[in-house]
Design a protein around this ligand. Structure first.
Ligand SMILES: C[S@@+](CC[C@H](N)C(=O)[O-])C[C@H]1O[C@@H](n2cnc3c(N)ncnc32)[C@H](O)[C@@H]1O
Length: 507
């Protein structure tokens, strides 16, 4: 028997899956979802979707288990994203051991799949948490997929799971058995696993100060924004003050939570829970972004702002459009930096006309309360940067970042100012933060590409300028206006192209 399904049934099923498991399915993936639904109905001997819904009402828990096993993505392996584990060993673990002063550090692997992440943490804790990792650190793995948890409990893995594990670690912690590898018994005792749906509210589990470190990597990216925010709120509540949170590379807290400081060490990003006193102390330039980029050798002594201005004559000629008015008009309607409580549109218009001083005067004339409005602040910071009032721009960006460390725009403007002040290392860190926080943001890629080119890093220049070129094609018009230093999309694209060509020539 094969169940007949109407589109409306599949849509109802999608809604159920989204509410109960958090998983989001775009329209393009409805067929995939329909085939899982059909398979479940066939297995249960149900011909109509209504009958399946009745079954759900009676045995929701069991059915959710079956669905979780089919719908979740369990891809994982030992020591995945090694940089994050380095940060765990060298920053997070020592800080957590100190904070716990003798009591065990509690680590949660949320969405642990078949246990590789949890056991990687246990191995590293054992190696690094003297005197006895086994006593000092406890790792709990939770997941909604019971089959994956059973595999975690067996602690027996294929060579594929160990593809990023060094031969030394492999020899020390794994015993070959047939074609598989069995994990060291003592490491196994450091971790435990339980079935848990992150969507479920459970105040006892998510109680305050339950964990010191949470790894929740490559889980939230499948959730709808609302559910992601709810799960992050739960994690935040259960983290100890100044506890740490690691997300996957494609996941950020931008727009989701302002309860964390952004940390940047070991060439990776992670988060540390804010606490009120520390927020009050936070200096303006976000120095918690620790150095992660080596000093560039003998760069020319001029900033991107200068470089872009020098290039502008040539570039503007290249990019001068046959019908510039038409293109400007085409871009104008999508410019939307200001759905704000204050009418920023006149100031934006002045920015478009490069009448920066007048735009700032207009902003100044707005009600006092506009001073703390994030849109008005970002506009002010962009105007200050464009006008070369860099000390003031730094102060404004610092104010924005104190309230919202995850503002990609403020990090980018800060990068321009830092470079202008001769601090290329800090400039690169802020660019990297902007890129991490918003993978679609073209301007920091362009900036990093230009910096790389001027430090004769041909590969770096090629990859960043190429990325900027791709992103510029679809970059939001409002962002080009705010962050493009007075250049149109076409001018920036032409700049990217000519710099790419030049970097080929000089190689
Ligand atoms: C791609 S794996 C990530 C494994 C590991 N964290 C890593 O990064 O290597 C995603 C895991 O999240 C789990 N997951 C998805 N939705 C979940 C939910 N609502 N509650 C708990 N776990 C969930 C899946 O079952 C899957 O095992």
């Amino acid at each position: 028997m094969s169940a007949a399904l109407a589109r409306v049934d599949v849509l109802r099923f999608r809604d159920f899956v989204s509410r109960k498991l958090g998983l989001r399915y775009e329209d393009g993936k409805l067929d995939e979802l329909a085939s899982v639904l059909r398979e479940r109905m066939d297995t249960l001997g149900l011909a109509a979707f209504g009958a399946y819904e009745n079954q759900l009402r009676g045995q929701e828990r069991e059915e959710l288990r079956a669905l979780a096993e089919r719908l979740t993505v369990g891809e994982t392996y030992f020591f995945r994203y090694w940089d994050q584990f380095r940060a765990f060993v060298e920053v997070v673990l020592p800080a957590s051991l100190r904070a716990r002063s003798g009591r065990p550090v509690r680590v949660l692997s949320a969405g642990c799949a078949s246990g590789e992440e949890a056991y990687s943490l246990a191995i590293l804790a054992r190696e690094n948490a003297a005197p006895s990792g086994a006593r000092d650190v406890r790792v709990l793995g939770v997941d909604v997929n019971r089959a994956a948890l059973e595999k975690a409990a067996r602690a027996r893995y294929s060579a594929w799971s160990l593809r990023e594990t060094s031969p030394e670690m492999r020899a020390r912690y794994f015993r070959p058995e047939g074609r598989d590898f069995c994990l060291d018994g003592e490491v196994v005792t450091m971790a435990s696993f339980e079935e848990r749906n992150l969507i479920d509210e459970d105040p006892a589990f998510w109680r305050p100060d339950a964990f010191d470190v949470v790894f929740c990597r490559n889980v939230l990216m499948y959730f709808s924004p609302d559910l992601m925010a709810a799960v992050v709120a739960r994690i935040t509540r259960s983290l100890a003050p100044e506890g740490f949170l690691f997300l996957g590379h494609a996941e950020t807290l931008r727009g989701v939570s302002q309860d964390f400081h952004l940390r940047h060490t070991h060439e990776t990003f992670y988060y540390q829970r804010r606490d009120a006193p520390e927020v009050a102390r936070a200096p303006p330039t976000s120095p918690r972004l620790e150095p992660s980029v080596p000093d560039s050798p003998s760069l020319e002594d001029s900033s991107w702002v200068d470089a872009i201005q020098r290039a502008s004559e040539r570039v503007l000629q290249l990019s001068r459009a046959p019908q510039p008015a038409v293109r400007e008009a085409a871009e104008a309607p999508s410019v939307r930096p200001v759905p704000a409580r204050f009418d920023l549109e006149p100031a934006v218009e002045l920015l478009r006309q490069e009448r920066h001083r007048e735009a700032m005067d207009l902003l100044h004339a707005l009600p006092e309360s506009s001073r703390s409005d994030p849109d008005a602040q970002l506009l002010r910071a962009a105007l200050l940067t464009n006008s070369g009032m860099l000390a003031e721009a730094v102060a404004m960006c610092g104010e924005i970042l104190r309230k919202d460390e995850l503002s990609a725009g403020a990090h980018y403007l800060m990068a321009l100012c830092r470079e202008h002040a001769g601090d290329r290392r800090a400039a690169l860190q802020h660019d990297q933060a902007a890129i991490y926080l918003d993978a679609e943001f073209a301007m920091p890629h362009l900036h990093v590409g230009l910096l790389a080119r001027r430090s004769h890093d041909r590969e770096g220049a090629r990859s960043e300028l190429g990325r900027a070129l791709t992103l510029l094609a679809r970059e939001d018009a409002a962002r080009i206006l705010l962050f493009g230093g007075g250049f149109t999309r076409e001018a920036l694209v032409a700049l990217c192209r000519s710099e790419l060509r030049a970097s080929e020539r000089t190689s």
